[in-house]
Design a binder for this molecule. Structure first.
Ligand SMILES: [Cu+2]
Length: 127
């Protein structure tokens, strides 16, 4: 192989790697990947807290996590914590909640500076 052909092969590989990385770059904003209670969970007792996990660490500013009952009243203890050693994990504690369907709303700022918001529901049923 001539020197020229060898270089061409390396540049071809570099281009391939760069293109392969493009989708992950353009979708670098965080998304929620897990929660407790899970989305649409039906529980027979009031959970002690609501946890959400994102697929990437999120900013410490402008974060919010709220639990709202079916009448639109906020019921969580407003004590949102972002874990120090796992900034992709946020949680807030709850008082003892009566049976109802609750909506969890979250807002975080991801590493790419985009604001990510979302919501999901869970239900507490009388045992
Ligand atoms: Cu983004």
């Amino acid at each position: 192989m001539t020197h020229y052909q060898h270089n061409k092969k390396i540049w071809g590989l570099a281009l391939f790697v760069a293109l392969a990385m493009l989708p992950s770059l353009s979708f670098a904003h965080a998304k929620m990947v897990r929660s407790s209670p899970e989305q649409d969970a039906v529980l027979t007792e009031s959970p002690k807290q609501v946890d959400v996990w994102f697929d990437d660490k999120v900013g410490t500013e402008y974060k919010a996590l709220a639990v709202i009952d079916s009448k639109g009243k906020r019921v969580d203890n407003k004590d949102l914590v972002q874990e120090t050693f796992d900034s992709a994990h946020l949680y807030t504690t709850l008082p003892l909640l009566p049976p109802d369907t609750y909506t969890v709303r979250y807002r975080v700022v991801s590493i790419d500076t985009h604001i990510v918001t979302g919501k999901y529901q869970f239900t507490i049923k009388a045992p």
